[in-house]
Write a protein that binds this ligand. Sequence first.
Ligand SMILES: [Cu+2]
Length: 201
Amino acid sequence: MIRFLRLKSLFVFGFTLCLALIGGLVLGIGQPSVAHPLEAQVMLAGANITGTLFLEQRENGLVRIRGSIQGDPATLTPGLHGFHLHASGVCEPNTQPAFSTAGGHFDPGPFGSEVPVEANHPYHLGDLPNLVVDATGRAIYNAQTSRVTLSEGPLTLFDDNSTAIIIHQLPDQQRAGGTGAEAGGGRLACGVVTQRGETES
Ligand SMILES: [Cu+2]
């Protein structure tokens, strides 16, 4: 009798475990899998400038931006060049001034200030370290930012109008209350941040 009870309880336990596993499986499958892009790419283009950047949101939440850029050193001069995420993913070289379609620095609300570029600089979410160009017009970029995300959320680069990366003519002096020229001046190259491959589920 005791043996039978033991067997019975073992059976009940096993059956419950099975149900739980199946239930978990069904629930898991039933979950709507919202795809958040965790990798992105930027093809930079401008006057005699090309480049490719890869963006990756890491497990710690930081977004790493790295890649290489090459240009004519007469245009992409050796030294520092302002480098930012801009508010709108529209790169039109033939506007006056060039690439003004990308808007101000990426700085979503509620207290953000995308226009004019000078306001809230260098505290915009899209403000990044300068690009360092060598004597031959080449540059390797490698920086990380905690100010933006590729995944969904209030800081995502994949908002309604997307986002662009701009290379500026001049160094960004990262001065608060400075002028547009001190924040990098004119725009040399532009690229839209586009989703790439991997997604989280
Ligand atoms: Cu900029």
